[in-house]
Design a protein around this ligand. Sequence first.
Ligand SMILES: NC(=O)c1ccc[n+]([C@@H]2O[C@H](COP(=O)([O-])OP(=O)(O)OC[C@H]3O[C@@H](n4cnc5c(N)ncnc54)[C@H](O)[C@@H]3O)[C@@H](O)[C@H]2O)c1
Length: 258
Amino acid sequence: MTRTYVITGAASGIGAATAALLAGQGHRVIGVDLHDADITADLTTHEGRAALVSHVTELSGGRIDAVVANAGLATESTATVAVNYFGALATLEGLRPLLSGSDAPRAVATASMASLFPVDDELVDACLAHDEPAALHRAQQLIDAGQGGLIYGSTKRALVRWIRRNAATPEWAGAGIPLNAVAPGIIRTPMTDSFTATEESSKAILEMVPMPLNGIAEPAVVANLLGYLTSVENSHLCGQIVFVDGGSDVVIRGDSTF
Ligand SMILES: NC(=O)c1ccc[n+]([C@@H]2O[C@H](COP(=O)([O-])OP(=O)(O)OC[C@H]3O[C@@H](n4cnc5c(N)ncnc54)[C@H](O)[C@@H]3O)[C@@H](O)[C@H]2O)c1
């Protein structure tokens, strides 16, 4: 059965690998990115988010089967907050109505194992309050205070909390839409080039993100999981944050989850 998938961040890394996997299986993929995509949209802006919804509606005829909210940034910037959290939500919520015509609608976001890192609570709370100006302001304060390193993990913590809070609601579970997230460890993509370029830098990053099972992964590893989570077969995973991280979650959290 041919399905229609929307993937943000489709021009590179995990998004490109997912697009290639699904297209290779004969599905229709509508790729969204800043460049080299079916839809060019900047998900840090209200205009870009509106353009995403209107262009997907146009290209799909108003009916899609799955959304992969994957676009992201890992820089110490306000844009990281705008795309990783508010852009992801705009993608999931903006495209949800188009899933209603599907027999097997699915939605997934790309979070990160960095959601386990220390966060800035004020930034996480501003995201979850859906107050984008306050969140961007807080991110700028963190940058000015030399604490910009907290931004990325905070956006991903807020994103996984939002997924957990919303997955079982009438809008998602009640509408038959499994809503989940993946939480990758270190994946070899342009985002992590500077960490994975040399043996020395790889060793240093693996001390922060321990991956005892097979180490740094290729994007196809995450693509396969995204493919499953958005497949017809995934009928019952609800609000799960699936760590595909070579073991960093197990090492970092140990017994604290169960
Ligand atoms: N690579 C890793 O180790 C890793 C680990 C955990 C999570 N992630 C997450 O995986 C996702 C994909 O990252 P990747 O590693 O493939 O990186 P990547 O840089 O290869 O790809 C990210 C894509 O998102 C697009 N993007 C960025 N800002 C955008 C915007 N404002 N509007 C539209 N598109 C935008 C980029 O143009 C790029 O094509 C991100 O959400 C990232 O946070 C990556």
